[in-house]
Design a protein around this ligand. Sequence first.
Ligand code: SF4
Ligand code: SF4
Length: 200
Amino acid sequence: MDLNRDPKFVASQLLLATSLPDEQIFRELDAPSYTDIDYYRMACHIIFECQRCGNCCTTGDPIRLRQEDVALLARGLKIPLNKALKKFTIKDPQRAGVYNFKHILPCKFYDQSAKGCKIYQLRPWSCRIFPFLGIYGSEDRVVVNELCPGSVRTMKILKEAIEEVRPDANRYKSNNAYSAADVAAVRSAKLFIRETLKSI
Ligand code: SF4
Ligand code: SF4
């Protein structure tokens, strides 16, 4: 196993990363700020192993698209943006400016025989953050998708790992006077967890 994906290591980094708020660690003006819940979502992604059951791509509807998602798809497929919009999307009836993939189940980009996505590098953000959906920057809880066996398993593994490593991590929560080394360790843990957003 990749040691960086070991659940106990990830859990210890998660507890460390959430022991101080981002605002206290990242002073750079352009640094994005994440909530504790965001870090839990990212930690889930690190541990997650897709079971390749296909439930998400065969039953997920609607699949939400941001403008950037359609633009990425158009660029990747080398077609004009308006053609991509017309061919693949419909306007969300409830949200202005939001698009969904046209209602087709399974998703037209799902490869039944390979049990995978035909446009993996071009897939939209909502597919990238599945199955740990939620709005980044909010305190909304991590949603476990019961249709996704991989997510249920991941949550169980992460919860158990957190309970195992919590006693070791408690010193960061109870110590009000963080040393420079502690702060550096918290920053490093946050950066480690954030790194996963680049690969999902
Ligand atoms: S775009 Fe790809 S990942 Fe997203 S639902 Fe379709 S097949 Fe699945
Ligand atoms: S439902 Fe979950 S485990 Fe199944 S293919 Fe989708 S992401 Fe993977």
